[in-house]
Design a protein around this ligand. Structure first.
Ligand code: TMP
Length: 234
């Protein structure tokens, strides 16, 4: 089957079914829009297992996504969608770019989860954009923007519950959505330590890519520790 798309961390292939794609997780890790990159044997497997488990958990909670099934250690089958070029970021606790942009102390807990839109465009460095920009760029209309925010907050509730069961906190994360052929908007892409900040319950010990971004040790060890906790969830 043919390669449809290759990104920094995944390859997407067609299958013999028009509306089904095969995703292969790569062993590449990047940060800072590709400024820092490495090949880490086994990283693709960890992200595939983790994403598959999280999407299956969300499915079990009644939440629809593109996820169909895990195929192998590094592959999954997903529904074909047209990805909306928006990085939908949900923040429960201040960390990363919002501490620099708005001056919040790292670790500040927001009273309400915050949803932000970043325009997925490598040449522009994925800028933060407003709802009006989303409309101006024809990425989504008013109803769809409301759907994206509502879905992001619903997913947040489930992720907070899941992480609490693992004695962890979901600080922030990035999700992406896609449109099915009939125009329905569903969760797509991945949810893994590559796309989330995850801290221990009572410290800011990381279980995520900040360990790589900040050269603080082996992400293979950290992602494996996260997977072990995820596998222990009842
Ligand atoms: P930020 O603090 O850099 O804005 O990132 C917020 C969250 O979104 C963090 O968990 C990392 C995730 N993220 C991605 O997964 N991909 C990206 O390209 C960006 C900018 C953030």
């Amino acid at each position: 089957m043919s390669l449809l798309y290759e990104g920094k961390a995944k390859r997407i292939f067609t299958t013999d079914q028009d509306d089904v794609l095969r995703v292969e997780y790569k062993d590449e890790v990047t940060a800072g829009n590709g400024a820092k990159k490495d090949h880490l044997e086994g990283k693709g497997r960890l992200n595939n297992l983790i994403t598959s488990k999280i999407f299956q958990y969300l499915k079990d909670q009644g939440l629809e996504s593109h996820f169909i099934e895990q195929l192998s250690d590094t592959e999954q089958l997903v529904k074909k969608v047209e990805i909306i070029p928006l990085e939908v970021v949900v923040r429960n606790i201040a960390a990363g770019s919002i501490t620099k942009r708005l001056g919040f102390d790292k670790g500040h807990e927001f009273e309400q989860p915050l949803v932000e839109f970043f325009y997925k465009n490598d040449d522009l460095n994925d800028p933060l954009i407003t709802d009006d920009h989303v409309k101006l760029l024809n990425l989504a209309n008013d109803d769809e923007i409301a759907t994206l925010k509502e879905a992001a907050l619903g997913i947040n509730q489930h992720l907070k519950e899941l992480m609490a069961k693992m004695d962890l906190r979901i600080v922030d994360y990035k999700i992406e959505f896609g449109r099915t052929e009939d125009g329905q908007i569903i969760l797509a892409d991945e949810i893994s330590p590559d796309t989330c900040r995850i801290w221990a319950l009572d410290s800011d010990e990381n279980f995520d890519k900040d360990v790589y971004r900040e050269d603080r040790g082996s992400i293979l060890d950290v992602y494996q520790a996260f997977l072990t906790k995820l596998e222990d969830v009842e």
